[in-house]
Design a protein around this ligand. Structure first.
Ligand SMILES: [Zn+2]
Ligand SMILES: [Zn+2]
Length: 362
């Protein structure tokens, strides 16, 4: 090594250059040569901060996102555990999973931190669960709906055990602020599954959606049911609309109200008695069948500006009083709506008492 390069090395070392910087500046020089110069000139080794990255920065540097929200570790490992050094000389070493968990949840993890997604080595902070989260989930799957968990925990059925898995895809969508309805539609899961994941991971609920304005509701309804809107405006009856559009009378009524379409005059004028007469068709031995609109298979009628239950109105018309409890027909003709074949709780109670005292022959 020439004297010229030795003095150049000494000069650089004195201003605090690292060995790498010396080599880069001079276009060469071995580590041993540089060390020799340092010793010969008595230049002290400067105190250099060992590492100035925070654990959070290290995590961000080494966790490489891939696929559906997963992340793989590209940093140092301690055995099978991804590892991060805390700053400072001889800084404490910590599992990257714990650091990621703390970043996501803002609290210390309890017990082991493990990914719950399909990737066994995933380090994505949103895919990690600690004991608290696993316990949250266990408590939910053990307890039947709306009850407190029994103690000791009962054995899980295979179904419950399968349902216990936290779904990473659901968690992603929940955190993205998507609604239950959107998540269920996209992932084909039940609201129960969404709730289980949300509760286990302690993801807060979305703030309640802003109520739609009347104008927005009108526009949405208009777009969803253009044919119904058109028929209502043409003055068609509910029956004609339910038959054409395949929706219930209740829905037609709701659409009419939202759209602010005045009710059909003819329908408004018709009384309950007239409507009953119109839709009740006598047959057989005093029976009657309903020919009017139905809702879930039960007769309904629109009269005097309201949607009413056919059986209750038929009972009231025959007995001259409001029925008490459920209205059933006492004859063997299914769906019979003849007034004197309809019973309410009072009539059935009376019949039961009568039979108890006098027997069937009386
Ligand atoms: Zn993952
Ligand atoms: Zn009957």
């Amino acid at each position: 090594m020439s004297t010229a390069s030795a003095s150049a090395i000494a000069e650089l070392l004195r201003v605090g250059a690292t060995y790498a910087q010396v080599r880069a500046t001079l276009g060469g020089a071995s580590r041993n040569d540089i060390a020799d110069v340092r010793r010969a000139e008595g230049i002290p080794v400067p105190e250099r901060p060992q590492l100035c990255r925070t654990p959070e920065d290290s995590y961000a540097l080494y966790a490489e996102p891939y696929g559906d929200g997963h992340a793989r570790w590209t940093g140092p490992w301690a055995g099978r555990m991804p590892q991060v050094c805390h700053p400072g000389k001889g800084g404490r070493k910590e599992s990257a999973l714990r650091i990621a968990f703390r970043m996501r949840h803002g609290r210390e993890p309890q017990g082991y931190v493990r990914p719950f997604c399909s990737e066994p080595d995933c380090v994505a902070s949103g895919h990690l669960a600690d004991r608290t989260i696993r316990d949250n989930l266990k408590r939910q799957s053990n307890a039947p709906r709306g009850t407190k968990p029994a103690d000791p925990a009962p054995r899980r059925t295979p179904d419950q055990a399968a349902a216990m898995k936290i779904r990473a895809d659901i968690a992603e969508l929940l955190r993205a602020g998507r609604t239950y309805r959107e998540i269920c539609a996209e992932l084909h899961v039940s609201t129960g599954t969404v709730t289980a994941t949300r509760r286990a991971l302690e993801i807060p609920r979305n703030p309640p959606a802003r109520r739609r304005t009347d104008a927005e509701r009108r526009e949405e309804t208009e777009q969803r049911h253009p044919r119904v809107a058109q028929m209502l405006r043409e003055g068609k009856t509910y029956r004609e609309i339910t038959e054409t559009c395949g929706i219930s009378g209740f829905t037609v009524n709701r659409i009419r109200k939202i759209l602010g379409i005045p009710s059909n005059k003819r329908r408004g004028r018709r009384t309950v008695a007239e409507t009953l007469a119109l839709y009740t068709q006598p047959h057989g031995d005093g029976h009657a069948r309903w020919t009017g609109p139905t809702q879930d298979g039960r007769p309904v009628l629109c009269a005097e500006g309201r949607v009413r239950t056919g059986r209750r109105e038929a009972f009231r018309a025959h007995h001259g009083r409001a029925p008490d409890g459920q209205v059933l027909n006492s004859c063997d003709e299914p769906g019979c709506i003849a007034g004197d074949h309809l019973t309410d709780k009072t009539i059935r109670d009376f019949d039961a008492t009568y039979h108890a005292i006098f027997g069937d022959t009386a």
